[in-house]
Design a protein around this ligand. Sequence first.
Ligand code: ZN
Length: 459
Amino acid sequence: MSAKKQKSYALEVTLVVLAIVCAFVTQTVIKNANPPEVENIPTGDKVAIEEFLAEAQGVEETVIKKEDAVPREYHPHLSDLASEPDWTQLDQFQYTISREDFERELEEVYTINGKWKDWVTTTDESALIRMSAADGTKLYELFFASEVKNERPPKYWRNRDELIVQEPNKPLLGLRIVIDPGHIGGKYAKVEEREFFHKDSPPVKEGNLTLKVAKLLAKQLETLGAQVTLTREYLKPVNNKRTEDYHHFAYSKLRKKNLWATPLSITKASEKLFYRKGEIRERAKHINNDYRPDLVLCLHFNAGSKSEELIQDEHFHMILNGAYMDGEVAKDDQRFMMMQRVLQRIHPEEARLSAYAADAFTAHTGLKPYQYDPNSKRALNVDKNPYLWARNLAANRSYLCPVVFYEPYLMNGADSHARIMQGDYEGLRYLNGMLRPSIFREYVNAVTDGLVTYYANRK
Ligand SMILES: [Zn+2]
């Protein structure tokens, strides 16, 4: 770098730092200012917001059926877009779990540092679970099983030993699998921030890559006897709502969180609600009500921290549901879902399945494990397996069955980026010093091997 360039670079850095400081100070001032009551917004802005919201209302009323409508109010004790849980759904689990099993899962899998105890008190007979964060007197009493019964808890999915059919040539016969290609891709890749550019190469869009793997994988799993459904088959959202449909909810959320509501901030918040929260909720609705599979395969490609340069060290890990953060256990709907997962015994099956899946994946790819901070407040290692980590994601929480969640490769990794640029091909090609299958087929074969090995080992 020349001295002149260095100087202008230093100036640029200074300006960027200054801009960040300014933005931070402005945000802090705004946050600490009085809540932006409608009366405090200058008249022009108030009219603008009202017009802006009125436009959205028109869309909502004409396109969306009433029962599918987006809630208009944000509730601080519920996750975005969630409705109040119906705790009587836990009635069917009375006397089905021992105190020991119940406490162990909450302690070792679902929360960090014993945080579940803020919400659940246990005696030898029962657990008292807080139903409402707003009202500490509302408690649900769940009675423990006094003796260990081998009864099947009520659930739509079947674990490995509950599958009856066996045929040597079709090791996955009768297994109901949903493949969930992560993200949306296509023209949505930009707004969902799952798009990567390296110099002049074509953009890499995660939602496109996962769909490619999903389609190849579905074919292969079907030949092995599985019944396979994809949550999406196109580069389009499953969610039939759009950003405008979330404007009212976004406005309500910004106001209740004392954040500045402007057409821009409402639009930004609505975009997230559309492509992330709303999209996952829609997929979950289909999975839990229509498809009711034995397991869901969530397919992703990871990405390293953003930089122009490609990253050399790539890695792989699998994410199991667990490690709810304090604020998450405090949401009534998330606490309720956590209980459903504990009572349906989802974790033990998810953990066994994921361990086989990780073994097969690393055998095919040689990727080393991704390591979270051991003191992380959002991730917990599972069974001392370096590849398995518990994290509470919308997808692995709201799909009410074992979820096998793959987070391999780096889209901006030097090796994977070169392989992605090759596209899909049959057989092997000489690449980065080795004969390699296409990255898509490697992914497909690694997932298939994990499932076949796991289900071939059934009783
Ligand atoms: Zn992803």
